[in-house]
Design a binder for this molecule. Sequence first.
Ligand code: BES
Ligand code: MN
Ligand code: MN
Length: 461
Amino acid sequence: MDKQQIKNFLEQNKDRFLEELFGLIKIPSVSADPSFKGDVRNAAEYIVGNLLASGADHAEICETAGHPIVYGEKIVDPKKPTVLVYGHYDVQPADPYDLWDTPPFEPVIRDEKIYARGSCDDKGQMFMHVKAMETMNSLGELPCNIKFIIEGEEEVGSDNLEIYIRENKDKLKADVILISDTTIIDNNIPSLTVGLRGLSYVEVEVTGPNRDLHSGVYGGAVDNPINVLCTMIDQLRDENNRITIPHFYDKVIEFSDEERNELNKAPFELDAYKKDLDINEVAGEKGYTTLERTGIRPTLDVNGIWGGYIGEGAKTVLPSKAYAKISMRLVRNQSSDEITKLFTDYFKQIAPPSVRVKVTPHHGGQPALTPTDSIAYKAASKAYEETWGTKPIPTMDGGSIPIVALFSEALQVDTVLMGFGLDSDAIHSPNEHYGLFNFYRGIETIPLFHKHFAQMVVSGD
Ligand code: BES
Ligand code: MN
Ligand code: MN
């Protein structure tokens, strides 16, 4: 199996591959919203069907307490190495719908890109692996056994997958975990992700008076929970954008100057970055570059804030309650549970006596680092080099994939993050898209990973 054979097969089948992906994208598998429960299951069933049609010798739906997990496998020879492919078929809610140029679950091609919710994150990227298996299968050559574990709850924290992994270690036994759910720097600058941030996510509720009040009758005499919440949020970061929660940074292992230099060598155009986002200035922790701020530094962000009257016109009201959803991105060595606890203690401590606060933890996830000296990384690097003609650059991504750290802990094998998306693909936003170039480049590169990985495992490097 060489690059040209893969290209030829892809050329003959590219339209069908795309149609099959569209079939999956059309199913609105939004994991966060219970009203889509049936669709989430339909998406799982669609994948089972497509895995079988693509040459898997077994594929099944695995029930969980939440949305189902899809498991599939093709075992060609127990003596060959096994690649465990992880991906997720659930997607983020498409809201706000009116900001989409075309409906989120009706995929269309515009400017050589697939526009739809999940096109990049992660249906488009996950599906490349299914089509790569079909390609290898049709070329009569599978260098490795393949197992698939495709979950429906990544966007809501992967709690049930964690249980499934702990209970099915033998079934999932593999020599490497392969994931396409991250980004490359640019279509001309391939990269491999070697770091993901962790996450601690909380919801806070601030309660003042026992009912909504007339803001004229009571205003000025009774603390307003929205005002209080804003002041409290303001106290969570200082003027240098450092987080003020006591002990927040205690466990962070600072990157050495050498590591930072290495990280900052990655191509990055500040002007293009600002232009893409339509901002005049970037902002963040003092003393760090933008790449460092998203790659190796922790953050605290309000993701949503509400309370009081937000309908048409004006209503004079001093609300009884205010709410916010707050996320903290975590880096090497920080623990999600510990940070959630530190946040909770501090948030309660800074609340004035005029209000009561409640903090509810949501899902979290540990940060993850993947080694660059593993056979898996070298095989991935060689595969990218073969299709792109240049060596991929190792990068630290700011997003989180909670299951990555758990995989390495529970299964004791290396993970390789072979992403093909772009930061500008608008994942989680309206008008999410995924380049046809990226979809096809993935299908082309993945079989080469299998080939190089198998060869390197046998030769020992
Ligand atoms: N695929 C993303 C994570 C990602 C995006 C990693 C871009 C690297 C680059 C994933 O689906 C995701 O959105 N994860 C969530 C975490 C989850 C617990 C909701 C995130 O990062 O917010
Ligand atoms: Mn994803
Ligand atoms: Mn996502």
